[in-house]
Design a protein. Structure first.
Length: 311
């Protein structure tokens, strides 16, 4: 099976009350860990590549790694550009074999967001590629996101119909309280996603796939391992997994996870070096790191996304 778009997987996810995991990939071990878990669990998959990942690993290497994963797993896999910041970046990925792109113009004024998104949609659809857009602004990693955060960060449900209609985008990322990175909520506060906004958005866009960025849960066991093995990540807090599960049962069809993979990999390698100070063969520490990514993704597929057996 060749790479697929997200069209069919989102339709099934929307109707089935589950979500597809969109995991960021940067190297071979990350691709292997994610796809081995998905294969074992027969789960559909989105592998996503950021601008930074393309700069780090090179477009061609990443494409070939993902193509290898398709051959090895036989799963429906979509290759997605994460946070495309310009028409040129999106075009380069569309021309270069991606099946899905995100144009993230969410920091621009409404009309500029619409104009740029529309331009990407026209080019993408002419080439059989689907487009994710974003409305609302996710907090940065250092910002406090809790119930008292500025309402202006959240997506305004009254804007979504006009935005989707005028842009023709295929899915929409919204801001309901998630944020990127490992420091999502102020220590001592109770993380709570704005399900009222999600409900109102989906009421206005029936059947339309919604995307959640910034959806790592920051498992405390990995933060602890990092801190016990020379790291320093006090106050790292993520989105509670039961809230993500709830979102997956609603209109959310794609859940983005990157930081949790980074934590699993880094915690495993830090501990490995502490336990084996004389080892220096990269295969020795990358092997357990890859296994930790596989375990993390398997857990997400079964306990958070609910997409096991849906490939
Ligand atoms: O949302 C951003 C993703 O975690 C990718 O991060 O730009 O550092 O590759 P990156
Ligand atoms: P996390 O930082 O919560 O993993 O979010 C990743 C993401 O949204 C990628 O686009
Ligand atoms: Zn994101």
């Amino acid at each position: 099976m060749p790479l697929v778009t997200t069209k069919e997987m989102f339709e099934k996810a929307y109707n089935g009350g589950y979500a597809i995991g969109a995991f960021n990939v940067n190297n071979m071990e990350i691709v292997q860990g994610i796809t081995e878990a998905a294969k074992d669990l027969n789960a559909p998959l989105i592998l996503q590549v950021s601008k930074g990942a393309r700069a780090y690993a090179n477009h061609t290497y990443l494409i070939k790694l993902v193509e290898a994963a398709v051959i090895e797993t036989g799963l429906p896999i979509a290759l997605h550009l994460d946070h495309g910041d310009s028409f040129e970046t999106c075009k380069s990925c569309i021309d270069g074999g991606f099946t899905s792109v995100m144009i993230d113009a969410s920091s621009k004024p409404f009309e500029e967001n619409i104009a740029l998104t529309r331009k990407v949609v026209e080019y993408a659809h002419d080439h059989g590629v689907v487009v994710e857009a974003e409305l609302g602004t996710l907090a940065g990693v250092e910002d406090e996101v809790n119930v008292s955060a500025e309402n202006s960060s959240y997506t305004r449900p009254e804007d979504v119909q006009e935005f989707v209609q005028r842009t023709g985008c295929d899915s929409l990322a919204i801001a309901i309280g998630t944020s990127h990175g490992a420091y999502k909520f102020k220590p001592g506060t109770k993380p709570q996603l704005r399900f009222d906004i999600l409900e109102e958005v989906s009421r206005r866009l029936p059947g339309f796939p919604i995307v959640l960025h910034g959806s790592s849960s920051v498992p405390q066991e990995f933060v602890k391992i990092i801190n016990e093995n020379g790291g320093n990540m006090p106050g790292a807090i993520g989105v509670p997994e039961d809230q993500l599960r709830q979102a997956a049962s609603m209109a959310v069809c794609k859940i983005n996870i990157d930081s949790d993979l980074r934590l699993a990999m880094t915690a495993t390698i830090r501990k490995y070096f502490n336990d084996h100070p004389d080892h220096f063969d990269p295969r020795q520490y990358l092997k357990p790191a890859r296994a930790a990514i596989k375990d993390m993704v398997a857990h997400k597929i079964v306990d958070v996304l609910g997409c096991d057996g849906k490939a």
